[in-house]
Design a binder for this molecule. Structure first.
Ligand SMILES: Nc1ncnc2c1ncn2[C@@H]1O[C@H](COP(=O)(O)OP(=O)(O)OP(=O)(O)O)[C@@H](O)[C@H]1O
Ligand SMILES: N[C@@H](CCO)C(=O)O
Length: 327
């Protein structure tokens, strides 16, 4: 479920009058997603030919102060040909509004579906799209620190406290051991740029084997570029529960990225460590939500242990099996 705020049709119709998009035809809440309220909105369109948009009301995790960074980033990437949704400007050029008491934006609709079992071709296409995104981000001047980097992991682990061991015995000790390992080995000299930082299959809209759009940039931030490759590898290369590593899918993702952007030998060599960091990041955010969301809440809690399983795979399998050989 992700409709926290119900928007009455009359209010939505008035909201749409701010834009040059025609008048309201239909609006439907979107079930996917957990952070914000999202609606699919159909209008008559500026030219009377019909148009479709996403309406997002920002609920809790997105800080309104960060929105100008996201607006500028998506404008920049869109201008450079990346398949990312544009924020729609109203008649006065404004992007951010208030609707039903929440910060709200009208966003370009991109067609495509999120896949749950990606094929190797879809993984390759996603690797290519990630490489294109990093190329396009090279001359983006905006910056946003990653609150969920190594320091953030320590804060999250402290906030989870003894709750970790209630998820599974000894998880607290495993997390502390991993934090110490990553503190000692986290790379400091790799190239940085603005990264997506959450390019899971549910944030890639596929049209067959082609990428139709990359969405949900609300975790995007300035960080190690190859860390984005590691995050994406950890999300695409495993079954969602983390039990099975799919070597073909995972290697195709890397090959796609190498074809469109390239990885330096140092970046390739760092992937095992970066992927352990990615696993710990999602383990900890999921664990924090697990501990702090009542089991009967409307939001489905994501399983932190799915990322513990990935972590163990990254810590044990040889790099060549995980990432293929750099040619
Ligand atoms: N620009 C877009 N074009 C088409 N569909 C979109 C677009 N933006 C969002 N959606 C649809 O809305 C759903 C929820 O969007 P999104 O992932 O941004 O939500 P969220 O609440 O931020 O969730 P989460 O962070 O959990 O992924 C997506 O799975 C997708 O189906
Ligand atoms: N992609 C994250 C959720 C935040 O968007 C996860 O699966 O834990």
């Amino acid at each position: 479920m992700a409709v926290y705020t119900q928007v009455p049709a009359e209010e939505l119709a008035r909201f749409l009058e701010l834009y040059d998009v025609g008048t309201l035809l239909a609006a439907k809440g979107i079930a996917e997603g957990v952070e914000n309220s999202n609606y699919l909105v159909d209008t008559t369109g500026a030219d009377g030919q019909g148009a479709r948009f996403i309406l997002t009301l920002y609920e809790k995790r997105v800080d309104v102060a960060d929105l100008p960074f996201f607006f500028a980033l998506l404008d920049h990437l869109g201008e450079r040909g990346c398949l990312v949704p544009r924020f729609i400007h109203d008649r006065e050029g404004k992007t951010l509004q208030t609707l039903c008491g929440r910060p709200a934006c009208l966003i370009e609709f991109l067609s495509g579906v999120s896949v749950t079992r990606p094929t190797p071709e879809q993984a390759r296409a996603t690797g290519v799209a990630l490489g294109q995104l990093h190329r396009a981000a090279e001359d983006f001047t905006g910056e946003r620190p990653n609150a969920l980097g190594p320091e953030g992991w320590h804060r999250l682990a402290d906030a989870c406290g003894d709750g970790l061991d209630e998820i599974t015995p000894d998880l607290g000790a495993r997390v502390r051991h991993e934090l110490a390992f990553l503190d000692a080995h986290w790379p400091t000299t790799l190239d940085r740029c603005v990264i997506h930082a959450d390019l899971f299959p549910d944030n890639v809209l596929m049209r067959g084997n082609e990428v139709g759009g990359l969405i949900d940039f609300y975790f995007s931030c300035t960080d190690i570029r190859a860390y984005d490759v590691a995050i994406t590898h950890s999300a695409w290369g495993f079954t969602p529960d983390g039990t099975t590593f799919n070597e073909t899918v995972a290697h195709k993702l890397i090959f796609g990225y190498v074809a469109s952007h390239g990885l330096t030998p140092a970046e390739h060599a760092a992937l095992p460590i970066l992927s352990r960091g990615a696993s710990l990041r999602f383990l900890l955010t999921r664990a924090y939500d697990w501990i702090n969301t009542p089991p009967d809440a409307l939001v489905t809690r994501k399983d932190p242990l799915a990322y513990l399983r990935r972590l163990e795979t990254y810590a044990t399998l040889p790099a060549e099996r995980l990432f293929g050989r750099l040619v």
